[in-house]
Design a protein around this ligand. Structure first.
Ligand code: SF4
Ligand code: SF4
Length: 187
């Protein structure tokens, strides 16, 4: 019987598919963490997340907000002396976390991602008024009212459509998305 892959191996395969060098080659130099513009908002720095993955600390990694706060600027990736695609790792962790339905409570990122996929599965296009519901309620009242005012103005000027636009050959698009995103309920 083929042994079940470990957490590090599963994440390693996702990264291998993205043509990154393996996480095991990380020398823990900290360049990625020192470079990252949002590291101060993360509960573990990118360097530490890599050490945790290599140590097989699956629960601690999946409970971390680090990859949800990643802004995908790719600064860490271009500076890593070992050619590790850290930004790609952050994407891989987001996908894995949604796939396993395991993420920290109260984060906007997972809800936003799931809402995005469900929206494009309905019409083939993203639609801002629906997407906004996944984060608007995390705002304070003044910010909420300001956003609502901006959205209304954009709608009145025709910059946001009143109804979501629908693409042609929607069923082909849905089939393609279903193959690459195994999210329950996104149909
Ligand atoms: S920059 Fe590269 S080698 Fe250095 S800690 Fe980050 S991932 Fe590891
Ligand atoms: S890609 Fe993400 S982890 Fe890397 S430096 Fe940018 S924000 Fe930080």
């Amino acid at each position: 019987m083929v042994p079940k892959p470990t957490f590090s191996e599963e994440i390693g395969s996702l990264l291998h598919a993205a043509h990154s060098n393996p996480l095991k080659t990380c020398i823990q130099c900290g360049t990625c963490s020192g470079t990252c513009p949002v590291a101060k908002f993360m509960d573990h720095s990118p360097r530490r997340v890599i050490a945790m993955i290599n140590a097989g600390l699956k629960d601690r990694v999946l409970n971390s907000n680090t990859f949800w706060y990643c802004a995908s600027c790719y600064y860490c990736t271009v500076r890593c002396p070992r050619g590790i695609d850290i930004a790609g790792l952050m994407y891989a962790l987001k996908r894995y976390s949604i796939w396993k339905n395991r993420y920290q409570e109260g984060l906007v990122g997972p809800v936003f991602s799931e809402t995005f996929v469900k929206t494009i599965m309905k019409s083939g296009r993203s639609y801002e008024p629906v997407l906004a519901t996944s984060y608007l309620f995390t705002f304070g009242v003044p910010e909420f009212l300001q956003e609502a005012q901006t959205a209304t103005n954009l709608m009145l000027k025709g910059r946001i459509p009143v109804l979501p636009p629908r693409i042609k050959r929607l069923e082909n698009f849905r089939r393609m998305v279903r193959r690459i995103i195994p999210i329950g309920g996104a149909s």
